[in-house]
Design a protein around this ligand. Structure first.
Ligand code: ASC
Length: 149
């Protein structure tokens, strides 16, 4: 299991070391990829949110499993933000993702750091409840700045 995890990590590290555009045949593939990544991340983040807000009972094993997926997924979608894939429709990235790339990357890094903290905190119910809001805030901050409403 550990070897499998290491192999998977090596594959992801290799994939993310390539220039983003080189990983996709067509821009649409990059868009599909990043949306899929965020969809999976949101599903598992939402399950943590349900526990954090008391809508479902706290379960330490479920919290850990969901947090692990969120941490892993948090790094993947960004390779899909290739040039030329900004939009104007609701939910699409604004052009400033590319014109303010350093700010966008910093917002992504903030989210990634916050979900790592969330995963550590989620080992207890009180920890999850205390840490969830800050992590959700990093999602919202990036949406507010870089996603079409
Ligand atoms: C979620 C989800 C997001 C964030 C955001 C937080 O559960 O899918 O995009 O939280 O709504 O404000």
């Amino acid at each position: 299991m550990q070897r499998l995890a290491l192999a998977a990590l090596a594959a992801v590290t290799l994939a993310t070391a390539l220039p983003a555009a080189a990983q996709f045949q067509k821009p649409e593939d990059a868009v599909k990829y990043r949306k899929a990544g965020f969809t999976v991340m949101a599903a598992h983040f939402g399950r943590l949110g349900a526990m954090a807000q008391g809508r479902v009972p706290y379960d330490a094993a479920a919290a850990a499993a969901n947090a692990e997926v969120v941490v892993h997924m948090s790094t993947l979608p960004y390779a899909g933000f290739v040039e030329g894939t900004a939009g104007t429709e609701k939910g699409t990235p604004k052009a400033n993702v590319w014109s303010e790339r350093a700010k966008f990357d910093a917002a992504a890094k903030k989210m990634q750091d916050e979900v790592v903290k969330l995963a550590a905190a989620a080992k207890t119910e009180a920890g999850l409840k205390a840490a969830f809001g800050a992590a959700a805030g990093t999602c919202k901050a990036c949406h507010d700045d870089f996603r079409n409403p």
